[in-house]
Ligand binder design. Sequence first.
Ligand SMILES: [Zn+2]
Length: 303
Amino acid sequence: MRRLLSYLALLLCLAAVPPAAAQAKLRVVATLADLWALTRAVAGDLLTVELATRLGQNPHDMEIRPSQTLLIKRADVLVRNGLEEDGWVDPIVEGAGNPKLLRGSPNVIAAVRGVQVLTAPAGAIDRSMGDVHPLGNPHYMLDPANAPIVTRNIVAGLARAAPELAGKLEANRQAFLEKLTAADRRWKALLAPYRGAKIVSFHDTWVYFYRAFDLVEAGIIEDRPGVPPSPQHLASLIRKMREEKIKVILVETWYPPDVPNLVARETGAKVLIVPQLPGAVRSTEDYIAHLDHLVNAVATALK
Ligand SMILES: [Zn+2]
């Protein structure tokens, strides 16, 4: 009876917590769905985590919407890629008039810090090279080995804004990384039979993914990112694919499949349409579910 009473007392206490406590949660906005998924994994229900893009949207060409400005105006912390993949957020921050989220503010988390960046182009960059990312390939979250670094940056940044949550955020991070380690073992085992398999990409997206799973990029349809390929480039790629019997062309969900389909017809390869970011296909909003989907799709295509 005594136990029941103290239980009831506890329930009353919980009910008495004003709703303001829930509203006082820090608002975090991530620019891209991979960073959003990782931030949610460490934040749990401690913070409100929102995404500045729509799930499944190509973040390379973004038009600014009023809803994004509102989101950024109300946010306390911004998580961004750090390699200009999401440079479109800068005019939004300026337009929203939220000085907390300006570049260089302690409330802005550059997720890339400490990540080994691949394929930073050497020498001068100009627009004729296509919409290249001058600081290197920004798609680093396609290698799960980068998750410990990126989540460390995210937790450190969130803890700057909410020091009282530091311990809980780190505990969430450890729990997530433990699950990720188990998943990564599963992914590596699933792709192990295809070690060294050659794949052709549509866009220069997958270098981190290939490195993580010992796959080889045999060519890229877009010889310059964001620019349609020249006929000469396509002809030499098709020749190479025939000679090397390349079976798979990897294309992100948001690109038109016409050119990949043409290359596939000429070479007998198959076009594999896959999401580059979490949430582009149903039930993959979570980072591990996203990689699960991706790895399974690639393993099935290489079979
Ligand atoms: Zn890109």
